[in-house]
Design a protein around this ligand. Structure first.
Ligand SMILES: Cc1cc2nc3c(=O)[nH]c(=O)nc-3n(C[C@H](O)[C@H](O)[C@H](O)COP(=O)(O)O)c2cc1C
Length: 192
């Protein structure tokens, strides 16, 4: 059955820059609801190749501090501006949900790419669920997604990597809309 409310919601889907997010963010129960809603994602082979690590309260600020300290150790010449960015990003957002992809590279049937895409679906569904719950959100990544020492800060296993930090909060003023791709420019047809 056609669901006009759902279509209107999808057409209004958008991110709000993490720097613009304000408290209050979702409560612990709301975080659980957002995650419970978002985990209905396509998952070839039902491997559940993902999990979520939540930063609430002062956890984001502490993680940002730990990242900045790690950054300074890895690259002693890193400009202070970059260290400040490490700290502020996580300290500013009321709630951050890190999506952790758990990839079985040797799986006999399901290619690693499909497992990673399932984790990507979870990232996107978290954005949708957060917006549907009345919050604003943005998917950020950054160097820590690609660094094993940063992965250790998150307590990740060898086959795990952070693929998304979903920053969630209340949005302030209506941010400007960005240009969207033209559907006719990306929708083609196969002519044999
Ligand atoms: C995998 C992935 C990683 C991203 N990482 C960043 C990032 O680190 N910094 C950033 O400003 N935007 C990043 N973005 C883009 C924003 O999440 C978002 O798409 C952008 O602000 C446009 O907003 P929209 O979702 O309304 O189109 C990323 C998007 C994806 C899919």
């Amino acid at each position: 059955m056609r669901n006009d409310a759902a279509l209107a919601f999808l057409r209004s889907r958008r991110s709000v820059a993490a720097a613009q997010l304000q408290p209050p963010g979702p409560t612990r129960d709301q975080v659980r609801d957002i995650v419970a809603t978002a985990i209905r994602v396509p998952d070839h082979g039902k491997l559940t190749p993902w999990r979520v690590v939540a930063f609430t309260g002062d956890a984001g600020a502490r993680y940002g501090e730990a990242l900045a300290a790690l950054h300074a150790r890895i690259d002693p010449g890193v400009p202070e501006k970059k260290l400040a960015k490490d700290r502020e990003r996580f300290a500013h957002s009321p709630v951050v949900l890190a999506v952790i992809a758990r990839i079985d590279e040797q799986h006999p049937k399901i290619p690693a790419q499909e497992q990673l895409l399932s984790a990507g679906c979870l990232g996107f569904n978290l954005l949708l669920a957060a917006q549907a719950a009345g919050f604003a959100a943005q998917w950020l990544t950054g160097w820590s997604c690609y660094d094993r020492a940063a992965a250790a800060l998150l307590g990740l296993a060898e086959n795990e990597r952070a693929i998304a930090y979903i920053h969630i909060g209340n949005r302030g003023d209506e941010p400007p809309e960005r240009n969207r791709p033209d559907v006719d420019a990306i929708l083609g047809a196969w002519h044999g």
